[in-house]
Design a protein around this ligand. Sequence first.
Ligand SMILES: Nc1ncnc2c1ncn2[C@@H]1O[C@H](COP(=O)(O)OP(=O)(O)OP(=O)(O)O)[C@@H](O)[C@H]1O
Ligand SMILES: [Mg+2]
Length: 583
Amino acid sequence: MNNNALLPKLRGVLKPYRTQLLFAMAGMVLVGGFNALQAYMVKPLLDEIFINRNARLLHLLPLGLLGVFFFKGIFYFLYSFLLEKVGQSVIRDLRNSIYAHLNDLPLSFFHKTPTGELMSRIMNDVSMLQGSVTHALIRVLRDFCSVIGLVGVIFYMDWRLALVSLIFLPLAAVPIVVFGKKFRKISTTYQTKIGEATSQLHETIAGVRIVKAFGMEGFEKRRFAEKMQGIMDTLMLETRYSCLSHPMIEFLGGIGMAMIIWFGGTQVLQGNSTPGAFMSFLTALIMLYEPVKGVSKINTTIQQGLAAATRIFALLEIQPDIREAPDAIEMPPFSHSIVLSAVNFCYEGNPPVLKNLNLQVNRGEVLAVVGPSGSGKTTLANLIPRFYEITQGSLCIDEIDIRRFTLPSLRQQLALVTQQTILFNDTVRNNIAYGRNDCPEQKIIEAAKAAYALDFILDLPQGFDTVIGESGARLSGGQQQRISIARALLKDAPILILDEATSALDTESEREVQRALENLMQNRTTIVIAHRLSTIKNADRIIVLKDGQLVEEGTHGELLALGGEYHGLYQLQFAGEPMEGPL
Ligand SMILES: Nc1ncnc2c1ncn2[C@@H]1O[C@H](COP(=O)(O)OP(=O)(O)OP(=O)(O)O)[C@@H](O)[C@H]1O
Ligand SMILES: [Mg+2]
């Protein structure tokens, strides 16, 4: 993204704060004016007080100076406060819009992009942009006003001398132009590296158990240290350039100054100018070089900000590939069937995972999906809530293609229990009532009870108010599963998609999870990806997936009798499991 594309976007971000910015700018103009006035006051000081010995002015000038400082202070406070406020507001807005945008992006995006990297975009990149918006903007505008005022003073004092000194001003821009491009490139590298480091942090802290179990602490430490070294090297490269540009500008300024002293001094000695005018000129000139030098520093910040903005807007511009149709309708209450016809699916750029799948699930039915690992079962389950879009064919609920429904109305009627339990670092209550703040306590308790979770919840130190740790880390595997079942129960959606966890639980907790699931499936249309024999026993119908194809379909008895794929799977997966009652 180049500047031409970037600037209108940044302007758009600043737009809501136009009035505040205008006030801030007015403040800056005044501060710039007072700066010029300060420089100007050197002339009466020297010429009137020291040379003409004007005693009355000796009383007035210090008072005037106090006044100048006082008002400059007030306006300085006003504009810097306002600008900081605008900067912080912009940062808040940007973080909110990135987060909102992330929430709207489809699952496929998150499978491609590391979590840490996204966190880094929201936190680090945005704060880098803040540096530009507030600090750089403040200094650029203020310095610009001061420069205008001071240039006015030097021209007023001696326009020929002013012309000579201004020849050197543009030279100061040379390092800025030379280094500007480098700064931006370095900054992009830096942000990418920070993203990678955050990504490692996120992965290894979340997966600390595996890191420890495999004795990989040393490896991870080294990997992290390498990343930190890389970040430091990048920053030092930037520092080298920014440290270099300061003395370069200073030296160029020095040449100018030396010439002015020689030239201006000659003028005073020859009586063409007064010492006061010359000193006032010199003061203004010295004050003038300050902002000019500052520009090179600001340039670093601005380039960093632009690099960050490029990354931020690139993220904001990613269009979700799963979108509601413009004329999307609310999904009517589920009444009779889910039908997949000739469904093909492949993950972006990969070979097909589901091939020519035809399937009907009627209301009230329990359909079990079995098949070897990697056969596409979870993928199939992901298509119904439209987490992924089918590549070919159609998926209809009650004869209407699901692409015609609004996403919330479709997902409203689905309850999902995923293969990996997903819990939040919140209380048990909030995990069960996720997204339903107004849910009556009684319903939460009923859901917990039906999920066979009430007993252990009440045994927790704070009962329903116990915070369960990140991903429910303070609960056992079976307890986590039952909480997520309670959550699905409470949602009370007509269609249930159940991806059974593959990890085996001990028989006691297995039995409780099983009973919880049975409660969950009652009076619902269920598609269950079965890894347990007892689930299969409860199913009305079983389909067998193999390499993304539906190879067998029927009841447990029928499929066993067939002696085919299912028979083989049964021998492998389920034959060892204890069974209650005849099939
Ligand atoms: N996000 C993804 N991007 C690309 N390929 C994927 C993605 N998710 C899954 N796959 C591939 O799709 C195939 C089917 O995966 P899926 O998760 O549906 O298997 P599964 O039947 O649920 O297996 P399991 O019983 O082990 O859970 C696998 O070969 C897998 O490698
Ligand atoms: Mg799976």
